[in-house]
Design a protein around this ligand. Structure first.
Ligand SMILES: [Zn+2]
Length: 463
């Protein structure tokens, strides 16, 4: 038996999940118990892949509202739109559940090499960063590849800008520099931290994302710079040169504001109190349009319920869609949902999050008991036409984590190909142009079938 992975996800995005993918044993190709579900499953796949409704809805969302940082007007307007659209789809109990969220505003920002000859750096301030003094700050850069190297050069750091130039390995490993680099540099007296973009080398794209200063640390401005600019600075210093950078950031944190999780349901016909939860996060970073992170996760889970409603399929249990707010810079939506529904946590029989894009080859990750895994693996055989029959280890997500942990619910993740996903993750390149309609349709089909069978089978999925 493969190990059961039950990871508490606190990092922004479900990306930590992608580190492990242990393949399970192949199931029987045609489990007998699934016979009653085959016809409906085939209709769902047919409906999902027969048109491009979900991709068009994704385009409408990202074109109309753009990026949707927690606390922004864009997100507020998108929430209103989603509530209205869910009602038009025929979903039930559609509502916006209010949540207070942080509001961070990027402001103008820039970075340039001032010595040797001026060079403008492709940069993005990290979410939650403080501003530089008005007019910016300028200092010599110390380049380190790892935290150990920073410590070994502790005497060189005071008054300098530290550039963490760690090469990208996996997201879960490399993101430690984005979240914790500024903290480590500040402790040694640095005046700012620059982080090589956390992702495979792209087309000179910096990757934003949260910085975490921690208790008792003097915060310093923190920004991501492109891999190409990081490498250039590293080469210049490795030749013995001194590189000075001017960093200017106007970032600020405003008081918390009201936001909302969007909730819609297909009420169960026999056990409406039992919930199959599907969702993603509706907020994004304030660059690109957050198409892959995570508009598409919201759209494909929502589409699963829309297709059931459209085809007149009403499973035994309730299928609930939640578009969570503020995953990226606070996780307040997930926390608020778990608190509001704490009394019913045990009624969540299954929770699926899509927050890794839909890039192929995709897979479904699962975390739960061996008994549940066997059932889910059987259901996976219905997804063979979609190329998604294999269920890998590692289900869950940052948004469903709190409620699923409270209710001990089995968890699944829809996992897009990590190489393609992280190339555009938290960058201006995260737009719908990267996403093929067929990949959206297949993802929606797979989630619809999985949710339908789990919501319909006589016994609840074992914990
Ligand atoms: Zn995400």
């Amino acid at each position: 038996m493969p190990p059961v992975v039950r990871t508490v996800l606190v990092l922004a995005c479900a990306c930590a999940l992608l580190a492990t993918s242990v393949h399970t044993q192949a199931p029987a190709s045609r489990p007998v118990w699934l016979e009653p579900y085959r016809e409906v499953a085939a209709r769902l796949v047919q409906a999902a892949t027969g048109d491009q409704f979900a991709w068009r809805r994704l385009a409408e969302l990202t074109d109309t509202f753009g990026h949707r940082l927690g606390g922004s007007e864009n997100l507020d307007r998108a929430v209103v739109w989603a509530v209205e659209a869910m009602r038009r789809d025929g979903l039930e109990n559609v509502r916006a559940e209010e949540v207070m969220v942080p509001r961070w505003v990027r402001g103008r920002e820039s970075a340039e090499i001032t010595v040797p000859p001026k060079h403008s750096i492709a940069m993005l301030g990290l979410g939650g960063s403080i501003a530089t003094p008005p007019g910016g700050l300028e200092a010599e850069v110390v380049v380190v590849n790892a935290f150990e190297e920073l410590r070994s050069r502790a005497a060189d750091i005071r008054g300098r800008i530290v550039l963490f130039n760690a090469p990208f390995t996996t997201y879960s490993d490399t993101v430690a520099y984005r979240t914790g680099g500024a903290r480590a540099a500040s402790q040694l007296g640095a005046v700012a931290a620059l982080i090589r973009g956390v992702g495979p080398t792209g087309l000179r794209t910096p990757h934003t994302g949260s910085v975490q200063y921690g208790q008792g640390i003097s915060p310093i401005p923190a920004a991501s710079i492109s891999a190409e600019d990081a490498d250039r600075i590293a080469r210049l210093t490795s030749r013995g040169g001194r590189v000075r950078v001017r960093l200017t950031m106007e970032a600020r944190a405003d008081p918390d504001v009201l936001s909302a999780n969007v909730v819609g349901e297909l009420r169960g016909r026999e056990r409406p109190e039992e919930i199959v939860l599907l969702g993603g996060h509706f907020d994004s970073w304030d660059v690109g349009t957050g198409a892959s992170d995570d508009a598409v996760g919201c759209i494909i889970t929502w589409e699963a319920a829309r297709l059931m409603a459209r085809l007149g399929i009403r499973p035994r249990r309730t299928v609930r869609i939640v578009l969570f707010t503020n995953e990226e810079n606070g996780l307040r939506g997930a926390t608020a949902y778990a608190a509001k529904h704490a009394a019913h946590a045990g009624n969540h029989v299954f929770a699926l999050e899509a927050d890794s894009g839909v890039f192929e080859p995709a897979s479904l990750g699962f975390s739960g008991s061996a008994a549940a895994r066997n059932i889910v693996r059987d259901i996976g055989t219905l997804l063979a036409p979609l190329g998604l029959s294999e269920i890998v280890a590692g289900g869950g997500g940052a948004d469903i984590g709190p409620i699923a942990q409270a209710g001990n619910a089995p968890m699944m993740a829809y996992l897009g190909n990590p190489g393609r996903y992280f190339a555009i993750h938290h960058t201006p390149a995260d737009t719908i142009e990267r996403i093929a309609p067929e990949e959206v349709s297949k993802a929606a089909a797979a989630i619809a079938v999985m949710a339908y069978v789990i919501a319909e089978m006589p016994e609840r999925l074992p914990r």
